[in-house]
Design a protein around this ligand. Sequence first.
Ligand SMILES: N[C@@H](CCC(=O)N[C@@H](CS)C(=O)NCC(=O)O)C(=O)O
Length: 191
Amino acid sequence: MLTLYDADRCPYCARVRIVLAEKGLEHETVVVDLDDRPAWIYEKNPLGRVPVLEEDAFLLPESAVINEYLEERYPEPPLWPADPAERAAGRLLVERFDQLGRPYYALRRGNDDARERLDDELAKLDAVLAGRPFLTGREFGIADAAYLPWILRAESMLGVELDPHPALAEWVARAGERPSVAAETALLAAL
Ligand SMILES: N[C@@H](CCC(=O)N[C@@H](CS)C(=O)NCC(=O)O)C(=O)O
């Protein structure tokens, strides 16, 4: 049995929710109140953070590691390309996610130059997506799940316009046709 310790508003949890949905994996969800975290969450993850995945007695925190685990444990449908170079290019994006995450959280804190820094990072993603339909490669996969939660929140919560980044905007629209991503858009609208 799989259990996800989860919070609706958490984009790291959203990464895992998307992968669970893409793989059609049945699971139980335990919602953690981030404003009043229960003491027991530290038994699941010493850092006290979500997401945490539990499978029988196995506990795993860290969204990027959880998604790699799910891919290896439940390989169908594959969410990394078969080609090693294509896969490595996707993994590189996941590895360097903080290049986008830093200006995103700086903008949330209201830092002066954050909007410009975030736009620079969006332009870099736009350039990647001008060359391939998905961040993962030719098909949707883990690199897409790793970035979409922040892009959706940048649009809906921070008022970031994607019009200056047409390939990025098309990617969001293309990904949004997938039930896994549409569920996240609906969840955000209800927050
Ligand atoms: N590196 C972690 C980050 C997870 C994270 O920061 N989760 C936030 C919610 S979005 C959290 O639990 N924050 C509580 C805290 O930092 O104490 C991951 O990728 O899973």
